[in-house]
Design a protein around this ligand. Structure first.
Ligand code: SF4
Length: 292
């Protein structure tokens, strides 16, 4: 009996990534040369597709040699120094920063100025090397403190006024737990110390709103194939949602990883992915499973 395969219609690119890729494709289709600062999306299959159309992925070290060229800033955004360097090097920026990230950068910059006046600090819950976090740190003049895990709260000076932000793709429940842990520590140091903490809700709805639907989708199938790039932060979060709802969930980067033996005794498979996973890739994975 053929395996029934369903592709989750709520998975795939968020609007920030869709916008960046549309901008890139518009320019490439017009035959214009386009460079992208870092991988346009944390999905090597999609990067390969766009590179085959002419997109060139570069890093900071290449910027001084791109005079007069178009350089795309991806949805994750960049710190102010990148725009400064581009301007000094005569590089034309095509800005595809997600509007949600732009707003977050502005809020981080304003919180930094506010905290400067009162001897406080800006704390960001996120991955230190994630490009969005690098951009946010730049908007806090390089002085934001990065917390990757709730347990790291011990390294914070909780006697200071603090504004807490999250990278947009972190897990919302972990973020709430971190805020609570900081509050508790503040209250043990100073009576009502937690009144010095402001928690900004900056987890993006494109990730958090998908969780309940993804859990329901995962529980409807014998097996779930979650498709995403290994570097995708929201991929890790959403994969765990699927795994919790259906322990028979596997992580896959490309259709080449499919082996017939994986699907023995399986009648139905759900294929889903991250906000950085292209629909065409999930369809390709589904087709290959159907052909078993
Ligand atoms: S996850 Fe949210 S903030 Fe990040 S690019 Fe997508 S829409 Fe924008």
């Amino acid at each position: 009996m053929a395996i029934v395969v369903e592709v989750d219609n709520g998975s795939g690119f968020c609007f920030g990534v869709t916008n960046a890729i549309q901008k890139a494709e518009e320019l490439l289709t017009r035959g214009e040369s386009l460079y992208c600062l870092g991988e346009i999306v944390h999905n090597s299959e999609e990067v390969n597709r766009l590179e085959s159309k002419g997109l060139k992925t570069v890093d900071y070290s290449n910027m001084s040699s791109l005079k007069g060229k178009q350089l795309l800033v991806r949805a994750h955004g960049e710190p102010p120094e990148t725009y400064q360097l581009a301007s000094e090097s005569g590089v034309n920026i095509v800005d595809a920063t997600c509007p949600i990230v732009t707003k977050l950068q502005q809020r981080v910059a304003s919180a930094y100025s506010e905290m400067q006046l009162v001897g406080g600090q800006v704390v960001i819950f996120g991955k230190k090397s994630h490009p969005e976090v690098v951009g946010l740190i730049g908007n806090a003049n390089g002085a934001a403190i990065i917390i990757e895990k709730v347990e790291e709260v011990a390294m914070l000076d909780c006697s200071k006024p603090t504004v807490l932000f999250s990278q947009t793709t972190m897990d919302g429940e972990d973020y709430v737990a971190l805020g609570e842990a900081i509050k508790q520590t503040m209250d043990t140091l100073i009576p009502n110390g937690s009144s010095q903490l402001k928690v900004v809700n900056s987890v993006c709805g494109s990730v958090s709103n998908r969780k309940p639907k993804l859990a329901e989708f995962s529980s409807r199938h014998d097996m779930v194939v979650f498709v995403a790039g290994k570097k995708s932060s929201n991929g890790k979060v959403l994969y765990q949602v699927c795994k919790d709802a259906n322990p028979n969930t596997i992580f896959m980067e490309s259709a080449a990883e499919i082996e017939e033996s994986m699907f023995e005794g399986i009648n139905s498979v759900g294929v889903c992915g991250a906000t950085s996973t292209p629909l065409w890739l999930m369809e390709l994975v589904a087709e290959k499973i159907r052909a078993i």
